[in-house]
Write a protein that binds this ligand. Structure first.
Ligand code: PD2
Ligand code: ZN
Length: 286
């Protein structure tokens, strides 16, 4: 029997459509995917309309996006100029509520940045990203930097940065992945993406077994590129300039585009850019 012979809206198909909507895929995208796997357009459209119109009726509407998690957050309640981060004062440069973005200066000293660059430099390789359909890491054209990973507390300077981040964001050190250092040469960039793992991808459940979802990112700039290399948030037309020792923190309370946490590394035009990324999980990352 071919697919065309049995084009009815089964419970499995309804569930799949709801999952696509929950993952933030637009109905048009889901329609294209159904057509590509052999569904007639009229049947696919009817299935989408039937399933989505019943799924969006309250109270089912809330279940269309994943429920929110607790997220790391700096104590900015009374708008302090500085925050104490383990062993030093860090300055608050700017904050945005939606998406949640906070920029700090003085998270690392110049000497600490230089040390991290020297330690990482010898171990750089063409950057990989996690392929969420398999859980494996792969070279990706969207990311033309070179990178390496430290394990947690691998060097005293890593331990210090990790302790500062934990104190600044009131989030356990144990919930952090090891620091990743990236180097971008002129022309290199990291195209806009989300840092959370896409729930619709088949490899995601296996990735989430260790530490659960990512819920926040803090990028620390280890040098100042001469031109270009900012971190962009295209949904809100925001660009954070890369400045040595400064850091940009952003959180996403659910793995969904509604967090507006889409972000990218703009192309470097002149000089190099070095950055240390720390991803924070909802649970312990052991
Ligand atoms: O280097 C950056 O500015 C950047 C931008 C977006 C890094 C990352 N994402 C990342 O490491 O996830
Ligand atoms: Zn990112």
């Amino acid at each position: 029997m071919t697919l065309a012979d049995r084009q009815t809206i089964t419970p499995a198909l309804s569930q799949w459509i709801i999952e696509q909507a929950r993952a933030g895929h637009r109905p048009e995208t889901v329609l294209e995917a159904m057509k590509a796997s052999g569904w007639r357009e009229d049947v696919a459209l009817e299935a989408l309309e039937t399933v989505l119109s019943s799924a969006v009726k309250p109270p089912a509407q809330a279940s269309l996006s994943p429920s929110p998690s607790r997220v790391p957050e700096p104590a900015l309640g009374d708008s302090p100029a500085t925050l104490w981060a383990h062993d030093r004062e860090v300055r608050v440069v700017m904050s945005l509520r939606e998406p949640r973005v906070v920029v700090f200066s003085g998270l690392l000293s110049d000497a600490e940045c230089d040390e991290m660059v020297a330690l990482a430099g010898a171990r750089l390789q063409r950057s990989h990203t996690v392929d969420t359909s398999t859980g494996d890491s792969e070279v990706n054209d969207a990311r033309t930097s070179d990178g390496m990973f430290f394990t947690r507390a691998e060097h005293p300077v890593c331990t210090l940065l990790e302790a500062r981040i934990a104190a600044l964001l009131s989030w356990p050190v144990e919930n952090g992945e090891g620091l990743q250092v990236l180097r971008y040469r002129p022309g290199a960039e990291y195209k806009p993406h989300y840092d959370y793992f896409d729930p619709a991808q088949t490899g995601t459940p296996s990735i989430l077994k260790r530490g659960g979802q990512r819920v926040a990112t803090i990028l620390t700039y280890l040098n100042t590129p001469t031109r270009g290399g900012g971190t962009t948030f295209p949904d809100v037309n925001l660009e954070i300039a890369a400045q040595k020792g400064c850091a940009v923190f952003f959180s996403y309370d659910r793995p969904h585009p509604m967090t507006r946490s889409l972000h990218g590394g703009a192309p470097v035009h002149e000089g190099e850019k070095w950055v240390a990324t720390k991803w924070l999980r909802v649970d312990r990352f052991d």
